[in-house]
Design a protein around this ligand. Sequence first.
Ligand code: PLP
Length: 374
Amino acid sequence: MRPETRAVHVAAEVDPETGAVAPPLHLSTTFEHPADSTLIDGYLYQRYANPTQDRLERALAAIDGGSAALAFASGMAAGSALLQNLPPGGEVLMADDTYFAFRKLAERFFARWGLTHRLVDMTSPDAVAEAIGPDTVCLWAETPSNPRLKVTSIAALAALAKPRDLRLVVDATFATPVLLNPIALGADVVLHSTTKYLGGHSDAMGGALVFAERGAWFDAILETRKLQGGIASPFASWLILRGIRTLAPRVRWQSESALKIATFLEGHERVSCVHYPGLTSHSGHAVAGREMRDFGGMLSVEVAGDRAAALRVASALKLFLNATSLGGYESLVEHRESVEGKGSPTPANLLRLSVGLEHSDDLIDDLAQALRQV
Ligand SMILES: Cc1ncc(COP(=O)(O)O)c(C=O)c1O
């Protein structure tokens, strides 16, 4: 089955009780069980597992080609549970353009979890090979990265990770399972902020881990989720599962529009740089062409000028709303340096665009009028 078909049909069985085609939403926090609760073979308590979330997890595993998936309350909850189950004393090599909250998490929490980290340019397999040390236990990649759209070869990282027994984790939030399947390229775990494209409507918070194999690491992370409580709520699970049903056409449409927008911006006199892997001028174009099915709906643009010029453009946009997050049906713009705060390595003139489902000509008109104001 092709990914588009899988996204529609997996975990979509008709409700046996009612014949309902749309899945039931089970809100119950507790489930009846035998008096001896060691005999349970179904559900016990919502924080452990629940039927709506189970459907979502089956869908997530199937669309990413994994053996099993775990759904969480957010992408950060998913990543934290995973990182807390790395061996103490271990070093995590992180992509230098990793989503800023994971970089912050590493700075603030890794020491408490007995971990260390170093930032590496993961677009260069040589730089990664050189950085791997005796304590390295995990490569944490993100591709395309947020916000500079840096593209990492998962196959190249897997070739480094496998012989050294390192765990390869890939945050594929920007790419989605429609465009990139890291497990097929050798990753051990894929992370998604399901808040973004998988939900697709900016109305549900969630995160997911998809595992190549269901082994001891999976069990440990499941236990962490049970005890720390970062589980996906049934309603969020239901909304994200609904989002998965339309994921493929949304992402295809958004990718098509993003390429048109990037091409328009690349030729614009008031733009100094466009970060979009679909452009042949992008350093990651060849790798993305090999490992992804299309280039995605995210791009970043550096306005010719300073921070104030970028802010003027963002403020003048009418269809692109100034708001954080991404992957919804609506187009968003964000001045990343402002949201990342003090110490942000993101260029001050950079605006990140999440291309929505509007017509690309209208979005280009909007950008054209905003850029005239610089
Ligand atoms: C690439 C990436 N990974 C992870 C996250 C964290 O996800 P969440 O906000 O659902 O916790 C985000 C959020 O923006 C993200 O962009």
